[in-house]
Design a protein around this ligand. Structure first.
Ligand code: FAD
Ligand code: DLZ
Ligand code: SF4
Length: 509
């Protein structure tokens, strides 16, 4: 072969730019399972199993299309356990003299790749990842000269640029954003539809055995693994979502129900992020459901905004803010991450639910990530590096380009407002309204002090109080600060004392 085309674990797309000029006669496609990628954080077992099985299936598909594929398994005795090592070895053994790669999703690896050409001594061509709908350069241009970045304006531009849900130049339905309709609390007894569970084939079974053996001590269990591992299987789930679930996506987007990890969410983030589904295809399918009258606009617009808006926006923020971004700690938060994040052992029913779902499924939906585990970490002042490492490890859809802005920026306000116009801080009252967790909790969302008080409540006021200097000037918080200032000083004092006690016993809540 004369050229090596490297395909990373989250690049499992046949139209990938690295493969654009691949030809069976002259090309060698390289894929490698390596410890350096599998352990830079302690990824959840289900995340590693999903990715390795999907990688192996993708390699099979390439072989069926006639390509030569060099696939290095994790337990191959010759495996150098790093991508650079595997590339160097493949070059030496194949005699190839050039390399094609699609730009990768994490700064850490992108930095490393910059030196490969010199280190290995052959031309390494790094191509744009055109699976995204905005290139990094487009985003850089978009943000240039803007003092405050807001997703909403980026999103409108993207709607126009890709002509999504448009009527001429105007948004269908007369509004760009129907979010106000998407905040319904859960109705009594709300249950999500039953989801597809994929059978495990021989490839998946051998991956599960490998992961069980090699990743002892990583979060999770593989017993209930049922994920899609091919594009066809991911497509089945997308089809079910569009037909049966999307119509209710909008109404219950922010709702949380005990024992219902999925509700009306699509569960496709790991598939899109790994390349099994293309974002533009997903968007067109949802759009068609509205045009054909199969789903209401608040659901379809809300769903499309997550993919065409938020997903592209956070990626743009990541690549235009890194590398400094990862070190920001605007609120000087420094507590260690409480043990409950690894064990789900806590009397706080909402935290137990959200973390329990995470341990079981390597998934929890957006509002649980943002308003339960994220909100708690922000209010308690947990060190953002520890929080970000946790999110990067435990979700099967987690890659730093998407995890970091969501965690550091959106959930923790650690970037001081690059991502969000105010901290998403909320007390137990919000969780009580949007979920059914509080009914089964040892704590009471209506109490702020005393042994039964919901820990979120005192922490909420204490968070505002502690951060007065940094936050009180934010006009979107002025009502909350006014309420705090009007509060009886004795009550304020009791809240501060209770918050201090809560912070002392974060590991026994
Ligand atoms: P749905 O609710 O069905 O949404 C549809 C799709 O929209 C998702 O599949 C996803 O591709 C996209 N999307 C939705 N919200 C976002 C968002 N805020 N940013 C980017 N894309 C979005 N998402 C990840 O893909 N990887 C992560 O590592 C990740 N970490 C997060 C950490 C925190 C603290 C928070 C608050 C959010 C994080 N998200 C992350 C965003 C979001 O929570 C997940 O994309 C979503 O929960 C995935 O589930 P779903 O496919 O059922 O999504
Ligand atoms: C996440 C991951 C894991 C667990 N393992 C591998 C692997 O063994 N080989 C590989 O090519 N990619 C893996 N990945 C995905 C990479 O970490 C991902 O491509 C980079 O983080 C850039 O997004
Ligand atoms: Fe969570 Fe507080 Fe409600 Fe308990 S009372 S479930 S801790 S919000």
């Amino acid at each position: 072969a004369s050229r090596i085309h490297l395909v990373l674990g989250d690049q499992l797309t046949h139209s990938l730019s690295a493969l654009a000029d691949a030809a069976p006669e002259t090309s060698l496609v390289l894929m490698a399972e390596v410890m350096s990628e599998a352990t830079y954080v302690k990824h959840h077992k289900k995340k590693i199993a999903f990715l390795f099985s999907a990688m192996r299936h993708f390699a099979e598909e390439l072989r069926e299309k006639g390509f030569q594929v060099r696939y290095v398994t994790l337990d191959d005795p010759e495996n150098t356990q790093s991508l650079k090592g595997e590339l160097a070895r493949a070059l030496a053994e194949s005699g190839a003299s050039a390399v094609s790669i699609t730009e990768c999703g994490e700064w850490r690896l992108a930095e490393e790749m910059r030196s490969w050409e010199t280190d290995i001594g052959v031309p390494v061509e790094i191509r744009e990842d055109d699976r995204f709908l905005s290139s990094i350069e487009d985003f850089r241009t978009w943000r240039k000269g803007r003092k405050q970045l807001r997703m909403e304006y980026f999103y409108r531009d993207m709607r126009r640029r890709h002509r999504v849900l448009l009527d001429g130049e105007e948004p269908v339905g007369g509004k760009w954003n129907f979010d106000a309709e998407n905040r319904k609390p859960p109705a009594e007894g709300l249950k999500g539809p039953k989801r597809i569970s994929h059978a495990k084939d021989a490839i998946t079974k051998s991956v599960l055995a490998l992961v069980e053996e090699r990743f002892v001590g990583h979060m999770g269990s593989l017993d209930s693994f049922h994920s899609a591992v091919t594009a066809d299987q991911a497509e089945m789930e997308l089809q079910q979502f569009i037909d049966e679930i999307l119509p209710d996506f909008g109404d219950y987007q922010d709702a949380m129900v005990k024992g219902e990890p999925y509700l009306y969410h699509s569960l496709i983030s790991s598939y899109i992020n790994a390349g099994l589904l293309l974002p533009i295809d997903v968007i067109r399918r949802a759009e068609a459901a509205w045009f054909e009258g199969r789903a209401p606009l608040n659901a379809v617009e809300g769903f499309i905004r997550q993919i065409l808006g938020w997903r592209e926006y956070v990626r743009g923020i990541y690549w235009t803010e890194m590398p400094d971004y990862a070190g920001l700690n605007h609120l000087s938060a420094s507590h260690p991450l409480p043990q409950m994040y690894w064990t789900a052992k806590t009397d706080m029913a909402c935290m137990r639910g959200a973390i329990g779902d995470t341990i079981e499924h390597a998934y929890s939906h957006h509002i649980q990530r943002l308003m339960v585990t994220g909100n708690f970490a922000m209010l308690a002042g947990i060190d953002p590096v520890e929080v970000c490492d946790w999110y990067l490890a435990v979700y099967s859809d987690a890659y730093e380009w998407v995890e970091l802005p969501n965690t550091l920026g959106m959930a923790l306000y650690g970037d001081g407002g690059v991502m969000a116009s105010k901290p998403y801080a909320a007390s137990g009252k919000y969780i009580d309204r949007m979920s059914n967790f509080c009914g089964g909790c040892r704590y009471d969302p209506k109490l702020t002090t005393g042994p039964k008080a919901c820990p979120f409540n005192a922490l909420y006021w204490d968070f505002l109080d502690r951060n007065t200097e940094k936050l009180a000037r934010n006009p979107r918080l002025s009502n909350m600060y006014a309420t705090w200032r009007r509060m009886d000083p004795f009550k304020q004092d009791a809240i501060r004392k209770h918050a201090a006690q809560v912070l002392e016993r974060l590991d026994t809540l």
